[in-house]
Design a protein around this ligand. Structure first.
Ligand code: MIC
Ligand code: SF4
Length: 642
């Protein structure tokens, strides 16, 4: 039987484990990427491993998240990362160069390679035929040290694309449609693999929009074949030599097939406050908006900006709307200048923001109170924009630009223009990438370390019997933005766990920090898909620092579950979901034989001392994960086993 693309790449990188879906597999990682908001912890952890140089084929450190510099903290982090990169063999992308995922596609991505990134949208690389996976920072640090990456062998879902997109309909509408069908937890344990005639009609940036937002499905990754379109993209980037063809076998078997006829796709929009609350734009048309934003790693390529410019050409943005544009990279920015796109946008009244994540992560351009904003981004979780009561809609650049023009949510098909293709404007520019130093020079280099950069705290080993207090009980689909908010106020503390811990669950329960500290040992209780969204390990590190020993939920999101294990917090699920209803905040839970139970099987006994009720929690930990937990996390484990 033939093989899927995903199977081929995994087999080519196989180190150990099993290729049976649902079982653990370990693969060699060729490339890694980090960004500044997760990167400082990654490199502090790498430093603790005492290795003089990264062992991957390529590792890149990008600055794109914390680019507002209200005081010394963010720039201190940038300098730490720059000095670290040069010394330890990592390429460094300077602030202003753009968003990691966009640049990685342009400059470094190679079809068929594996890429591990400390950012959940790393699967953007699937647009160029990579197996690109988002992970916690510690996993990325280990990959840089040459360790294989372990994950659950995914089910491969085939997405069969036929037809061709109609004008004013875009690949963003395709992934929004898939989110409507599959939901934000539909992709856990899966890779979405795209195939069929429709694939040939999509450019690499269009494909990357789709693989990028596969992260919102909870998927392990998403991947497109590497074909002549990929070759053409790489040729325009001056990288034709690195292209290889990569296709699934015709007789391969997918565990499920989703049929999408691109000709039937219409403009779609995700409503507040989840990326899967998707409806056709026509259903919410006419809703007044206050703001629109075009950019982010989902939609900031030359054609994304180009179509917005053409919609707005010769007109002025509605007087009640503020429109912000963030080109995805310096290269996109320069090419957009050459193509006349920026001039059209500026003339229309758009505000040109820096090439960075910016408003997507609440770093500026927050909407007004109670404001309505249409954004071409990938996440619209409550409060993420920086305004807790704003309503964020997610759409294509076509819909965002048309809505900005008319001041109300607008189906872009109402605008009668003929879209132009700006793909040939891809003049490559690597001038903001700093290569690592030679080995001799590296030895002489010092790491610059500002006062806000504190060492990464370590967990304590698990105990066999202990009691702990339920310090919070949440509902379904809790995101890492709920657990550890981002935004301009909190992000500068990413290198300082004692300080950032104060913001844990801030918007969900303002008393959480004090409550957790007073409890000593704590337990978090949650519903389905707990920890969805970002890869930020701070959502595990801060609870660990505050004494959380276990998280008991109905189901987990992949990256967060791995992060909990890495930081010594045991992830458990309810055997009987009715126990979720019977458990309350402040209950004291006693574990009489925690370690013995975990080692013996998959059931852990627990007694609710407040109600007297006995419960069984389940785990699906591998032997290695059990060892990591018993040692009190990955750092202790690595020290002991290396
Ligand atoms: C995000 O989009 O939520 C982020 C900010 O890029 C995160 C990483 C982080 O929290 O630093 C992600 O997607 O992993
Ligand atoms: Fe940056 Fe937003 Fe992309 Fe995260 S989703 S990497 S914050 S642009």
């Amino acid at each position: 039987m033939g093989k899927t693309l995903t199977e081929k790449i995994i087999e080519n990188h196989f180190v150990s484990g099993s290729l049976k879906s649902g079982e653990e597999v370990s693969v060699k990682i060729d490339q890694t990427l980090t960004q500044d908001a997760t990167g400082t912890m990654v490199y502090l952890q790498f430093e603790a491993m005492d290795i003089s140089k990264v062992k991957t084929e390529l590792s890149v450190s990008y600055i794109d998240h914390n680019t507002q510099q209200a005081d010394f903290k963010n720039m201190d982090d940038h300098q730490f990362l720059q000095s670290f990169a040069k010394k330890y063999g990592v390429f460094f992308s300077r602030p202003g160069n753009g968003i990691c995922h966009q640049i990685h596609l342009e400059i470094f991505g190679i079809p068929g390679k594996t890429l591990l990134g400390s950012d959940s949208h790393t699967p953007t690389g699937g647009g160029i035929g990579m197996l690109a996976i988002g992970a916690g920072g510690l996993d990325v640090a280990c990959a840089m040290a040459g360790a294989p990456f372990s994950f659950v062998m995914p089910q491969v879902i085939g997405v069969h694309l036929t037809g061709e997109l109609k004008p004013m309909c875009s690949s963003k509408d395709v992934i929004l449609k898939i989110l409507q069908l599959e939901t934000v937890k539909g992709g856990v344990g899966k890779v979405y693999e795209y195939y069929g005639k429709g694939v040939e009609t999509l450019s690499v940036p269009q494909r990357a929009t789709i693989t990028n937002m596969g992260a919102e499905l909870g998927a392990t990754s998403s991947v497109f074949p590497s074909d002549k379109i990929t070759k053409e993209f790489m040729k325009l980037q001056g990288r034709e030599k690195e292209w290889v063809e990569l296709l699934a076998d015709n007789d391969c078997k997918y565990s499920k097939v989703i049929e999408i006829n691109l000709s039937e796709i219409e403009p779609m929009i995700a409503q507040p406050h989840m990326p899967d609350l998707v409806v056709p734009v026509r259903e919410v048309e006419g809703k007044k908006i206050d703001q629109a934003a075009i950019g982010s790693c989902t939609n900031s390529s030359i054609n994304d900006l180009g179509i917005a410019a053409d919609i707005l050409d010769g007109k002025t943005v509605s007087e009640n709307v503020s429109l912000g544009i963030s080109p995805g990279s310096k290269q996109v920015f320069e090419n957009a200048i050459d193509a006349g796109i920026i001039k059209k946008l500026v003339k229309s009244g758009a505000r040109i923001l820096e090439s960075s994540c910016g408003p997507c992560i609440g770093m500026g351009f927050a909407p007004s109170s109670g404001g309505v904003t249409v954004r071409t981004f990938n996440r619209n979780f409550k409060g993420r924009s920086g305004t807790s009561d704003a309503d964020v809609y997610l759409s294509s650049p076509e819909t965002a630009a048309a809505s900005a023009l008319f001041g109300v949510i607008t189906d872009p098909r109402k605008v009668k223009i003929t879209p132009k293709d700006y793909s040939e404007f891809t003049k490559s520019d690597n001038s903001m990438i700093i290569p690592p130093a030679s080995e001799a020079e590296a030895k002489t280099l010092e790491i610059i370390r500002g006062p806000n950069i504190k060492p990464c705290p370590k967990a304590s080993p698990a105990e066999n019997n202990f009691e702990a207090k339920i310090i919070i009980k949440t509902g379904d689909n809790i995101t890492t933005d709920h657990i550890m908010p981002a935004g301009a106020k909190v992000l500068p503390y990413r290198s300082n766990i004692p300080e950032i811990a104060k913001y844990t669950f801030e918007a969900v329960d303002p008393g959480f920090y004090e409550n957790a500290k007073n409890a000593g040992k704590g337990i978090i209780v949650g519903g389905e898909n707990y920890g969805q969204g970002s890869s930020r390990e701070h959502a595990a590190l801060a609870p660990m620092y505050l004494g959380v020993k276990a998280v008991v939920v109905k189901s987990f999101a992949r990256i967060h579950k791995a992060n909990l294990i890495n930081f010594g917090i045991t992830p458990l699920t309810f055997k009987n979901t009715s126990d979720y209803d019977a458990i309350s905040k402040d209950n004291i839970i006693f574990f009489p034989s925690f370690i013995d139970d975990i080692k013996k099987g998959n059931e852990v006994k627990a007694i609710n001392k407040t109600t007297g009720k006995e419960m069984i929690f389940l785990h699906d930990l591998t032997e290695k994960s059990i060892d990591i937990l018993l040692e009190g996390g990955m750092l202790n484990y690595t020290k002991k086993t290396v």
